[in-house]
Design a protein around this ligand. Structure first.
Ligand code: GDP
Length: 444
């Protein structure tokens, strides 16, 4: 996320950071380099202009020139101005309205609307403990309705059925009536998108808006399209009273132009970032934390929040108990351990939140620990419960069956079993000792 922008900015800031004094020339040079970096990042011009003007005004003022550590002071000013450009403070969803709170999702086709609907439903259900109903009003594409049904069912929220050919406005009204009857806290309405902004789509979404009177109208936009993302959002904001923007595919965006442009161009806050395809890959947008990430200072707060949320304390404790029990460590436990590792997030997403981690990330491109873990889990999934409990049962013909079932070669099954044995031996040695204690602490 934003790697290329971060790399350019840190280079400029590093050259200034250690300076005991800053001359006007040095400040001008740094400002020029920052301007280039923002241009390359595809940030909208008015945003760059206002950013650089403010930066210079403050940098040439007493705050920096009279500071004992002018390099640090300059960095603080950059951090502050970036935070402002990103919107200043974070603006959470308004969930205080009379339930069901309606959230209307708008956006172009392929922007990630349906995926974001499911991610949001999951977050509201798991973190905010809300009961959620979702509905698709995309009556033009049966695949879209089916996609929402699958992902929303996957996260365990209620899906109000809809079908091609029905009237989208009527669907939305019926879904709202249903959500009321169910005493649901939130109704998320996914809508049809087209490939470009057109009048028909605008008219339909405006009519939907009038029919369900949403508390939140979120515009979902692909951050990879740079400042165009901000312009598309503005076109929508001119027709619909948008309450916020969700930037998606930020995981693949190395430039950051969309994030830095949206607020100034649309006047609307970014509320969430989509940082992956899976339903847990949605981050609350905190301008100050993102500014820190952009200048290479990392975002340890988000990292801690994510990790503590994901390590399931109860599961960790259960595992710790098992390790010290007589029954010992079997393949089902091994799988559980793998899944816990998996849920902590990829190495890459952890690194980018550590100060200086962006540089390390580049060197780690080829490590694919996640894939290994997924394969291990798939192999264990293909076993019978008895095989998981008594791995010694797994001889040649069972191995062939397991390999076929999980789509791997028999060698992979052998390799996995060897890994398991190594782990089990290690566990035995450590039982009651280090690992179990560590896990218990994690769970405590
Ligand atoms: P819709 O047409 O707007 O409903 O878009 P979809 O939700 O179907 O998403 C289009 C594609 O983008 C799908 O392949 C999604 O998996 C992918 N996608 C959505 N959000 C993200 C994200 O935050 N990161 C990544 N990498 N892919 C995403």
């Amino acid at each position: 996320m934003f790697e290329s922008l971060t790399q350019r900015l840190t280079r400029t800031l590093d050259s200034i950071r250690g300076q005991g004094r800053l001359t006007e020339d040095q400040i001008n040079t740094a400002a020029r380099e920052l301007r280039m970096a923002l241009l390359e990042a595809d940030v909208a011009l008015p945003v760059i202009k206002s950013f650089i003007d403010k930066l210079k005004a403050r940098a040439l003022g007493a705050e920096i020139t009279q500071s004992l550590t002018p390099g640090q002071a300059f960095l603080r000013v950059v951090q502050h101005e970036l935070t402002e450009a990103l919107g200043g403070t974070s603006e959470p969803l308004n969930l205080r309205a009379q339930p069901p709170v309606v959230i209307l999702m708008a956006g172009l086709q392929g922007s990630g609307k349906t995926t974001t609907t499911a991610k949001l439903a999951r977050r509201l259900k798991e973190d905010d403990k809300k009961s959620v109903v979702v509905v698709s009003c995309d009556v033009y594409r049966p695949a879209a309705i089916e996609q929402l049904r699958i992902v929303a069912t996957g996260v365990g929220v209620d899906v109000f059925p809809s079908a091609v050919g029905q009237d989208p406005i009527q669907i939305a009204k019926d879904a709202l009536a249903y959500a009321r009857k169910q005493f649901a806290d939130v109704l998320i309405v996914d809508t049809a998108g087209r490939t470009t902004v057109d009048q028909e789509m605008m008219a339909e979404i405006a009519a939907l808006h009038a029919a369900v009177q949403p508390t939140e109208t979120l515009f979902v936009v692909d951050s990879m399209t740079g400042q165009d993302a901000a312009n598309t959002a503005k076109a929508f904001a001119d027709v619909l009273p948008l309450t916020g923007v969700v930037l998606t595919k930020v995981d693949g965006d190395s430039r950051g132009g969309a994030a830095l442009s949206v607020r100034t161009v649309t006047g609307r806050p970014i509320k969430f970032l989509g940082v992956g395809e899976k339903t847990d890959k949605l981050e609350v947008f905190h301008p100050d934390r993102i500014a820190n990430r952009i200048i290479g200072q990392g975002d340890v707060l988000t990292l801690i929040e994510e990790t503590t949320k994901k390590v399931d304390a109860e599961q960790a404790q259960k595992l710790a108990k098992k390790l010290t029990s007589k029954k010992g460590f079997d393949l089902a436990d091994f799988r559980e351990q793998m899944q816990q590792m998996q849920s902590m997030g990829s190495l890459e997403s952890i690194l980018e939140k550590l100060p200086g981690g962006a540089q390390m990330q580049a060197q780690l491109k080829n490590v694919n620990a996640e894939k290994e873990i997924r394969r291990t889990v798939a192999i264990i999934n293909s076993m019978t419960p008895q095989e998981r409990k008594f791995p010694d049962l797994i001889k040649a013909s069972r191995k062939r069956r397991i390999a076929t079932g999980s789509g791997v070669e028999v060698q992979e099954v052998n390799k996995m079993l060897r890994q398991f044995e190594t782990s089990r031996d290690l566990m035995k040695k450590m039982a009651g000792g280090g690992m179990a204690k560590m896990l218990r602490r994690l769970g405590g």
